[in-house]
Design a protein around this ligand. Structure first.
Ligand SMILES: [Zn+2]
Length: 361
């Protein structure tokens, strides 16, 4: 079956080009497993008795690493102990784009017969090819393609269950979102740094305690790790916000040069290079009578009365700490330049209060 995709692309010279991509979907792409009696393959790569000499998994299994696991655990994958691994075409392509050295090492492993690494061209098999959905990023699409292919393998191998001691596939991922979505579709998944630990145990480079081999305890452990990681991030952000406020507290109202980073429907987001500070200048404040705002998504631009803001425009703003609500102190920015009547504020007097810290240094 031939699928073709047509889209238009803007060229550098400003013209428009029509691009047609052809993509062949086939039914004769085989699973590569010795255990399989369905696929019409002449030779196989993946062993029927795919047990590694460790207590990691009690049943025979094939590993399917996602792109990040390949990029970060290539040393482990190279270990002679790790065999019977399915490298999806999606993963191979992503690795090729992201790291030439890792790609080279992966290709070398695939060529080693005794490693039993099988490349599965999932992007061309009818059941495992997926189209990118509207609003889906290329990354998310690839993660989904990996899950779909892993799921296909899982179902495919189920047909030979009685003959193979329950041969399974195990998806290896560091990505929490990918893990969750894969679990929803009933795949066996290991997440986070646990992947590294388990791989290390598998090759005998590390030992571990029985609890880590328990699927439910492992899941609880992962949840706890992720929770603590999230809380640490919140604490980090709160700390940055707190110290920024502390810094501006003693400085009164400042008058600084900045650049427009983004334009929104009712505001511009300004970067002040001097402080590495980002802030928002709102144009529909409660106390002001709302000016005439026209937002153009295409630009994107925001026109306020007679003035149009573009990304990277140079502006001048005031920076001050609004401590009117002691519970929610905020850094406020207001526009000085360009001057828009009824919107911009006059430049503050740079009085002794603002200069003092400089003299102290
Ligand atoms: Zn098969």
């Amino acid at each position: 079956m031939l699928k073709s995709k047509t889209f238009v692309k803007k060229t550098r010279s400003g013209g428009v080009m029509k691009i047609v991509r052809e993509h062949y979907l086939r039914d004769d792409i085989w699973c590569g497993s010795e255990a399989c009696t369905e696929c019409k393959q002449e030779s196989t790569v993946l062993q029927k008795d795919a047990c590694i000499e460790s207590n990691l998994c009690s049943y025979p299994h094939y590993l399917i690493p996602d792109t990040n696991v390949v990029l970060h655990q290539i040393d482990v994958l190279e270990d002679p102990m790790i065999r019977n691994v399915i490298i999806l075409q999606t993963v191979l392509q992503e690795v090729r784009h992201r790291s030439a050295p890792v790609y080279k090492r992966l290709k070398d492993i695939i060529h080693e017969k005794e490693k039993h690494f099988y490349t599965f061209t999932n992007e061309h098999r009818r059941e495992t090819f997926i189209e990118r959905e509207p609003g889906e990023s290329a990354n998310d699409r690839n993660d989904r393609a990996i899950r779909v292919a892993a799921k296909w393998y899982s179902q495919h191998l189920k047909m030979f269950e009685s003959d193979t001691d329950g041969l399974k596939v195990v998806l290896l991922t560091n990505d929490q979102g990918n893990k969750q979505k894969a679990e929803e579709s009933d795949l066996l998944v290991y997440a986070d740094i646990i992947v590294h630990r388990l791989l290390a145990v598998a090759i005998g480079a590390d030992s571990t305690y029985p609890d880590l081999m328990d699927k439910h305890k492992q899941s609880a452990l992962c949840n706890n790790l992720n929770y603590r990681h999230k809380m640490a991030q919140y604490a980090q952000r709160a700390s940055v916000a707190f110290h920024t406020q502390l810094f501006f507290k003693s400085r009164g109202i400042l008058n600084e040069e900045g650049f427009v980073l983004f334009v929104r429907k009712n505001a511009i987001i300004v970067l002040i290079p001097k402080f590495g500070l980002e802030g928002t200048v709102f144009f529909d404040g409660k106390d002001k009578t709302a000016p005439n705002l026209v937002y153009d998504e295409e630009g994107p631009t925001l026109t306020i009365e007679q003035h149009t803001f573009h990304i990277f425009d140079k502006v001048k703003v005031t920076i001050s700490l609004d401590d009117s609500n002691i519970q929610h102190q905020k850094i406020r920015m207001a526009l000085i330049d360009p001057v828009i009547s009824g919107v911009s504020v006059p430049a503050p007097d740079v009085g002794p209060q603002a200069k003092k810290p400089k003299l102290d240094q």
